[in-house]
Ligand binder design. Structure first.
Ligand SMILES: [Zn+2]
Length: 88
């Protein structure tokens, strides 16, 4: 069982973090891969990551492809957003 990737968290990881984006026009491109700097999260840190995410959209719960999301734990400078695969 992997450990949560947040510094100083020793909890078992409950989710694998996937960085995702799609460009559905012209030459269609899908990006789907492990988050390099924070590949695993526990329940608590997934909740913090989503509740603290900033999107610049009126409804911060929304995620848009080709958009930018600033997460507290799964930082990225690229377009796209995080999705989470439960570890069973
Ligand atoms: Zn954690």
């Amino acid at each position: 069982m992997p450990i949560c990737s947040v510094p100083d968290c020793a909890s078992d990881a409950n989710y694998e973090v996937i960085f995702y984006d799609v460009y559905p026009h012209g030459e269609i491109t899908v990006f789907y891969g492990p988050h390099n700097s924070c590949p695993y999260l526990c329940h608590q840190h997934l909740a913090e990551n989503e509740s603290g995410a900033e999107t610049g959209l009126e409804d911060a719960r929304l995620r848009r492809y080709r958009g930018m999301v600033n997460y507290p734990h799964t930082r990225s400078n690229g377009q796209g957003f995080c999705i989470y695969k439960p570890i069973t």
